[in-house]
Design a protein around this ligand. Structure first.
Ligand SMILES: [Fe+2]
Length: 369
């Protein structure tokens, strides 16, 4: 019987839809219900692997409307599923910081600051995915009202020496809790990313296969971070496992992921733009691109306590990652069948199935992978 935390009791008290299970195939069409207090339609998503760790909330702003101001005591990442609009963020009696967002934008709403979101289109709703650590925060301080619109304001971070929503940049020195472990490590730092679907500055993520490349992002003065990976059509990544709480949302591509607890039945998760899933803690999972273009997935990550200190790195490569030559033959067979049903062929080189140390040629790879 899974535990029910303070956060879960709070959710129940709101009486809004709560989706559970392994995945949501399309966040664009997920049914929401009106939340009078916030003046928007909302649903919460608590997939297996999110419990007690992170909140995923889908909101829809009616056409042309502006939501009431909101101030949370935790940082929140927002990813735009549909539409475009305006955000305005402020603290104390300081000037508001407005910026425009569009479909596929990602931005940070800083703790202890007011924010107000508007839908700039008069004829269509705008839909957002919000991600935060409220479940953990409410375990530490089991008073839900403490986290919403309390009287504390903290302008220092928003009005620091760097413009808060300026263009993201590469971090070359250690910042906060995020450490660079190798000279080749690249960490991006910023609070506003205009288009995660168009982002093209990736670095090779060797060791996980498929010629895949990744971007790691941290949000300054926050313990929140994300990564996004891209991998080519006709390829698939290596099965691996790690801790819980990573909410994966798909900006582009068509494929599926397989998730399984060691020795147990496998779950197949089909995905495309706006699909969401969470690999449960310590379940193996493996991503397959069966589309005609590179696929990308955005992983909104749990507190570092759950993921180790080096991003997607598994603790013990032999125990926690399955090299291609060691995988069940069914994995490759299903992949080739899925491609064939779409009139496509695998782009996996034969040598990848023979040499566990095989690495893709990242120089020649197109679209970063
Ligand atoms: Fe993973």
């Amino acid at each position: 019987m899974p535990a029910e935390y303070t956060y879960d009791h709070w959710l129940k008290s709101l009486g809004l839809p709560l989706y559970t299970g392994f995945f949501i195939e399309d966040l664009r069409t997920l049914e929401l219900e009106w939340w009078e207090e916030r003046q928007c339609s909302t649903a919460f998503v608590k997939l297996m692997g999110q419990e007690g760790v992170c909140e995923a909330r889908i909101t829809e702003i009616p056409p042309g409307k502006t939501l009431p101001p909101l101030k949370m005591a935790v940082d929140e990442i927002v990813y735009v599923i549909e539409g475009n609009g305006l955000a305005s963020v402020w603290a104390g009696d300081q000037p508001r910081k407005p910026f425009e967002w569009q479909k596929f934008s990602m931005f940070m709403l800083p703790r202890h600051c007011w924010s107000q979101l508007s839908n700039m289109q008069g004829d269509k709703p705008a839909r957002l995915l919000h991600y935060n650590f409220l479940p953990m925060a409410m375990t530490t301080i089991p008073d839900p009202e403490f986290f919403i619109n309390n009287s504390h304001e903290s302008p220092e971070r928003l009005y620091g020496k760097e413009e808060f929503y300026s263009q993201a940049k590469i971090t070359t020195e250690e910042t906060g809790i995020f450490k660079l472990t190798k000279p080749t490590d690249v960490l991006w730092s910023g609070n506003f990313f205009p288009d995660m679907r168009a982002w093209d500055k990736f670095t090779p993520f060797k060791g996980r296969g498929a010629g895949g490349s990744t971007i790691f992002v941290h949000f300054p003065d926050s313990e929140m971070d994300i990564h996004m990976s891209i991998f080519a059509e006709g390829t698939y990544k290596k099965g691996h496992r790690h801790g819980p709480g990573r909410v994966i949302v798909i900006p582009a591509g068509e494929g599926y992921s397989i998730m399984w607890e060691e020795g147990k039945e496998k779950v197949v998760v089909p995905w495309h733009e706006a699909s969401m899933f969470v690999p449960p803690g310590n379940w193996f999972h493996q991503h397959f691109n069966v589309g005609t273009d590179p696929a990308r997935y955005l992983a909104l990550r749990p507190p570092l306590q759950f993921s180790g200190y080096e991003g997607e790195k598994v603790k013990d490569r032999k125990r926690d990652q399955i090299e291609y030559p060691d995988e069940e033959p069914w994995i490759r067979q299903k992949f080739e069948e899925e491609l064939a049903s779409r009139g496509l062929k695998s782009a996996m080189p034969q040598i990848a199935y023979e040499d566990p140390a095989y690495e893709w040629d990242y120089q020649a790879a197109k679209a970063g992978g």
